[in-house]
Design a protein around this ligand. Structure first.
Ligand code: URA
Length: 209
């Protein structure tokens, strides 16, 4: 079974409170999502493998650590996932970025894929699928189905706020996928919003309604 980790670092909790507040405007919301994504990337990369290499410092030859293992691709689920990309890229600047577009039918709440553009080597990369909200889990499950069909085997899912319903659905559908969230909230309401949540992450990031 994949990992389920709430990354509840004090800085992340503090920043999450800022963006949960309905009076937080678009500019600050965007900046703080960026910061939280960067802090989460720091934690998520904690188990990245390293190997020894020999280098020469100005003083002596020396054996030091360097990152090894799979290269990373960040896969934002459009549109809100885009808000988490730059923060992760600040720490993993060589990552490629693939996009997958999902929209949620307002009535059935069912997700539909309308766009996909991936790096051609996702089968050999560590994929970080990002979406701020893990609500029903529908979009995440469908996005990951789609990536696995294209050969992806190494997938972590990263969100800011999750609902227990979405975590269960994603773990049932893709037990191999590690899930990282900054908060596990109470439940989903009848409109599919996470409670207490932060509202519609896409609208708050992009200033739409
Ligand atoms: N998507 C959002 O943006 N917010 C929610 O609360 C649930 C799904």
């Amino acid at each position: 079974m994949g990992k389920f980790q709430v990354i509840d670092h004090p800085l992340i909790q503090h920043k999450l409170t800022i963006i949960r507040d309905k009076n937080c405007g678009t500019k600050v919301f965007r900046e703080v999502v960026d910061e939280i994504a960067m802090l989460m990337a720091y934690e998520i990369s904690r188990d990245m493998p390293v190997e020894d290499i020999e280098i020469e410092t100005p003083i002596v030859k020396s054996v030091q650590k360097t990152l090894t293992g799979k290269k990373v691709a960040i896969i934002p689920i459009l549109r809100a996932g885009i808000g988490m990309v730059d923060g992760i890229l600040e720490l993993i600047p060589a990552a490629k970025v693939g996009h997958i577009g999902m929209y949620r039918d307002e009535e059935t709440l069912e997700p539909h894929e309308y766009f996909i553009k991936m790096p051609d080597d996702i089968d050999s990369r560590q994929l970080l699928v990002v979406d701020p909200m893990l609500a029903t889990g529908g979009s995440a499950i469908m996005a990951i189905d789609s990536l696995k069909k294209r050969g992806a085997t190494n997938i972590k899912f990263v969100c800011l706020v999750s609902a227990p319903e979405g975590v269960k659905a994603l773990r049932d559908a893709h037990p191999d996928v590690d899930i990282y969230t900054a908060a596990l909230d109470d439940h989903l309401n009848e409109n599919g919003y996470i409670v207490p949540g932060l509202g519609d992450a896409g609208d708050r990031l992009f200033g739409t309604k």
